[in-house]
Design a binder for this molecule. Structure first.
Ligand code: FAD
Length: 548
């Protein structure tokens, strides 16, 4: 059976209901997806449930960098920087089409966060901790050289610059490829199934009371071990388990805005000082540049987080202060996203100062929760959870699961040996699609999203020959996603599988009616469902591009 198609939801749910799993994971963000892959590759029987879509929480709302976190060096979090720094290169190797090298310019300005000497030393240490070699090692730039790389920078306060290596990704795609690879390894993963409660025997957690939020069906999923990787919702589930004591989460909101590339033309990413003493990123991506992030305490509804006018004003002002020539205004903002950092609360520290380290909590009922951490460190977080479960399993059931090295498991979309093969492949795809009349935007877009699966998508395009080529490509992507990526709603497609909601919002209008018609046919939707899904999509588009 195809466990990657939402058409098979009833059978997938039947499997969840009728199996006793070694490990049940709650949460389909990058942390849960990573655990599902690690644990299933060890031979554990794994189930993963996600209450909304995969990556719909924080894991589609990050700055989308696979990075060591230069600023954590300043906070002397050496072990964290070393771990995530080393992870950058590993995740890049696993999926070089999806985790791409991104050179970063760090302008050094009068009165800024970093001085020239400390930056030179700090970046060298950063490279050393992350094992960066050869021409990727940092170089220091004069003010003129910095301006050559980023001509739009404010030059009156510019003193010098650093030029160093990071990686950029699509967080939601990284999550979905981990989910798909976990499914290949035997895990059962499903979206739109929520953990509402737990079943206990003799004080120990034995099952999850789950609800299929699409059909309303309530059922139990039995697990020898149950792990919550619920990101900002971790404390909600700890509370349900009556184990919310000691350390708690502190939620901090981070907003990004997206502007057309021609309004903020950058060739390199820039990590720059803003007037209140914080630092922000401006990152070019295909036809856009995105800017972020804010970092403010959040007490609102965690199921509905949006950027407001104040957030966007702050980002625009900060950008204009370092890049005065572009003079961005609210009208330039094409799209945006807002997410919550699930940080571990530390008394007396501001959101920016709190550690990004992950922590594991184990309650008396045996319920395991993991929170904090970074997208970049997901593999290590997964390994820690699998190691813990493996040890407990041995103690309780006298069976040992050999650990595996997930860095050796190619994520779906690969395999590419290195970045050079990705470039070659992108060139081949360009040659293939140019005769179809597609713009130069599409080859890098398709390859960075889907890797070698691009060919599976292109093979479908001829089925839609009556459409314009833009519509045909979207329909081919949708067909691929419906059959392989558990797409269930239009927002899954537009936000998490293709990133159109953020990076190509105008394209949604062009393809929306054809896409909705395909959904209707594929799932046999009645007019009520179609109206509900259309409204949800319209609202998401509105909220990404309007601010009050
Ligand atoms: P989430 O992605 O939130 O996943 C948890 C999932 O659990 C959600 O999808 C949710 O729907 C589900 N869930 C909750 N309750 C239930 C339930 N009852 N039943 C079923 N499912 C449930 N890290 C980096 O490495 N690089 C960056 O550039 C970076 N930038 C960031 C910028 C911002 C603004 C933010 C907010 C974070 C950033 N991070 C970055 C951190 C990174 O995004 C997070 O560490 C990571 O995405 C957290 O993933 P997660 O899987 O733990 O949580």
């Amino acid at each position: 059976m195809n466990f990657r198609s939402a058409l098979n939801r009833p059978q997938i749910i039947h499997t969840l209901e009728s199996t006793e799993f070694d490990l049940v994971i709650i949460g389909g963000g990058i942390t849960g997806a990573g655990i599902a892959l690690d644990a299933s590759s060890r031979g554990m029987k794994v189930a993963l449930i996600e209450k909304d879509d995969f990556a719909s929480g924080t894991s589609s709302k990050s700055t989308k960098l696979v990075h060591g976190g230069l600023r954590y060096l300043k906070q002397l979090e050496i072990a964290l920087v070393r771990e995530v720094g080393l992870e950058r290169a590993i995740v890049h190797k696993m999926a070089p089409h999806l985790v791409v090298s991104e050179k970063m310019v760090l302008p050094l300005v009068e009165g800024g966060t970093y001085g020239k000497l400390s930056t030179s030393f700090g970046l060298a240490l950063y490279d050393f901790l992350a094992g960066v070699e050869g021409e990727d090692k940092r170089i220091m730039l004069s003010a003129e050289e910095t301006l050559d790389k980023v001509p739009l920078l404010r030059n009156d306060i510019l003193r010098a610059g650093g030029f160093y290596a990071e990686y950029r990704t699509d967080d939601a795609r990284l999550t979905i490829e981990n989910i798909k690879t976990a499914i290949q390894q035997g895990a059962i993963c499903i979206n739109y199934v929520r953990a509402d409660d737990f079943v206990y025997e003799h004080g120990k957690m034995k099952a999850v009371v789950a609800k299929d939020v699409r059909s309303g069906q309530v059922f139990h999923i039995k697990g020898k071990f149950i792990v919550s990787a619920a990101g900002p919702w971790v404390d909600t589930l700890r509370k349900k388990d009556k184990s919310l004591e000691g350390k708690r989460l502190f939620l901090s909101k981070g907003v990004h805005i997206v502007v057309p590339h021609e309004r903020f033309p950058l060739e390199h990413s820039v990590y720059f000082d803003v007037p209140d003493g914080r630092m922000m990123f401006a990152i070019p991506r295909h036809r856009t540049t995105y800017i972020g992030t804010t970092d403010t305490p959040y007490q609102g509804d965690i199921n509905h987080v949006v950027g407001n006018k104040e957030d966007v004003d702050y980002l625009l002002k900060a950008t204009n202060s370092m890049f005065p020539a572009i003079n961005l205004t609210m009208e330039d903002v094409e799209s945006s996203w807002a997410g919550l950092r699930p940080l571990i609360h530390e008394e007396g520290k501001s959101a920016s100062e709190m550690s990004r380290k992950d922590e594991i909590f184990v309650s008396e009922t045996g319920f395991i929760s993991i929170a904090g951490g970074k997208l970049t460190g997901y593999r290590k977080m997964a390994e820690r959870i699998s190691n813990l479960v493996t040890k407990k399993y041995k103690r309780q059931y006298d069976k040992w699961f050999e650990d595996t090295d997930t860095s050796k498991i190619e994520l779906t979309g690969g395999p590419f040996k290195k970045a050079k093969s990705v470039r070659k492949y992108t060139q081949q795809i360009t040659e293939k699609i140019e005769p179809l009349g597609l713009s130069s935007y599409y080859a890098p877009y398709l390859v960075s999203n889907y890797g070698r699966q691009t060919e599976d998508i292109l093979a479908l395009v001829s089925q839609f020959s009556e459409d314009t080529i833009e519509v045909a490509i979207a329909r081919a992507e949708l067909r691929f996603g419906l059959e392989n990526e558990l797409i269930t709603t239009p927002l899954d497609f537009f936000a998490r599988r293709t990133g159109r909601l953020y990076f190509n919002l105008p394209s949604i209008k062009v393809v929306q009616s054809a896409v909705l018609k395909d959904f209707t046919d594929f799932f046999n939707w009645d007019s009520e469902i179609l109206q509900r899904e259309t409204e949800a999509l319209d609202q998401a588009v509105y909220e990404a591009s309007h601010f009050s």
